[in-house]
Unconditional design. Structure first.
Length: 370
């Protein structure tokens, strides 16, 4: 079969490789729609971010290697026999469409053995340690999968993994009814956090971006105020809208490598200035390296700087319900859809440079022919 493999950073090739074999605890699937995550799009070009050292090491010791492809919708072709000591598995049948969570428990550590596997950090990650779905077929752990509702399109289903991370981020914030929320960054996860925060009972929601198209999308999906930080002082505006106090909860979804149009760590500093004393900052972004932070300022203002838990199977199942019932809208954010497995490098290029291409969600690839 054909699969995209990385021979090095910025060197991906469509290779012929052996068909994967479906073993115990595994499911053979045919990818229908796949999108590179923002993290994957940075790593593909050698930009330091989450898992950079792991990917670099694999390229140095194993290349060519299948990498990435954990945000997908796929059709089940074959289901392997149950693995020994299998935990709760989604009920799926051949022919069903599925999506997956990316980070999996190891099954052997003290956390996993005491029914706290959702806290495990030792298990494999689809697309980083296990082959993902930038291929004609893929073998995936059954434990990772959930069935996709018939009301959800293939394009929308490819966004479910990202959405489940956003659900985990909003859950981490522990929002109280009517609290004011500010969100820096209106890419896919920022827009998802916006909609989920609304579902969770947020009061006024203020969003910030530097792109007109992102601000417009934010308004369409429910923001009370969408601020363009290129034309106004976002922190001052948020304080003005909250009577000088600042937002109760701020989600930072814009940070990352400036080489790909992200905000570096400036939006984190702005988030600290925009949150009220005693409020919460939820760090959604990955920065790709250490940064200097005035911890005494956080201490003096009693701020909580929180990080989302890993999304679980329960989170992913909930995202299916949210999208199937129309409570979260994904379709408007999907702006670039390509066709055919040959289009995968173009999807990485668009996703890595969303501002240049005026993309909101990562670019998607419908893996069959148009």
């Amino acid at each position: 079969m054909k699969a995209w493999r990385f021979h090095g950073f910025s060197d991906m090739r469509l290779d012929d490789i052996p068909e994967p074999v479906c073993g115990p605890g595994q499911v053979l699937v045919e990818p229908l729609c796949v999108q590179p995550s923002i993290t994957e799009a940075q790593l593909a070009f050698g930009i330091p971010t989450l898992a950079f050292d792991r990917v670099k090491r694999r390229l140095e010791t194993e290349a060519p290697v299948q990498l990435f492809g954990h945000e997908f919708c796929a059709r089940v072709l074959e289901i392997g026999p149950p693995a020994a000591h299998a935990t709760r598995l989604a009920k799926i049948d051949e022919g069903d469409r599925v999506a997956a969570r990316a980070k999996l428990p190891c099954g052997d550590c003290p956390l996993c053995l005491t029914e706290r596997s959702d806290l495990c950090r030792k298990g494999p990650v689809i697309g980083f340690d296990l082959p993902g779905c930038f291929a004609e077929r893929a073998v995936l752990p059954h434990i990772a999968l959930v069935k996709v509702d018939d009301r959800i399109s293939n394009s929308e289903a490819a966004c479910l993994q990202s959405l489940s991370d956003s659900v985990a981020a909003v859950e981490t914030a522990d929002l109280r009814m009517s609290e004011t929320v500010a969100i820096f960054g209106q890419g896919s996860m920022g827009l998802e956090c916006l909609q989920i925060a609304r579902q969770a009972g947020a009061g006024m929601i203020v969003t910030v971006d530097v792109r007109d198209e992102a601000c417009q999308m934010s308004r369409e999906l429910g923001a009370d105020h969408a601020l363009n930080a290129k034309t106004e002082d976002a922190v001052a505006a948020i304080r003005d809208l909250t009577g000088g106090n600042g937002a109760d909860v701020v989600f930072e979804c814009a940070g990352g490598s400036p080489k790909q149009g992200l905000a570096g760590h400036q939006t984190l500093l702005q988030a600290i200035d925009a949150v009220r004393s005693g409020g919460k900052i939820v760090g959604v972004s990955w920065f790709g390296g250490p940064l200097e932070l005035n911890v005494d300022l956080l201490r003096e203002r009693s701020l909580r700087y929180l990080f989302p838990d890993i999304s679980t199977q329960a989170h992913l199942e909930h995202t299916v319900r949210l999208v199937a019932t129309g409570r979260v809208r994904l379709k408007p954010t999907i702006t670039h859809v390509l066709h055919g497995i040959e289009s995968v490098p173009e999807a990485f290029e668009i996703t890595a440079n969303k501002g240049k291409y005026k993309a909101i969600n990562p670019a998607q690839v419908m893996m069959g022919k148009k």
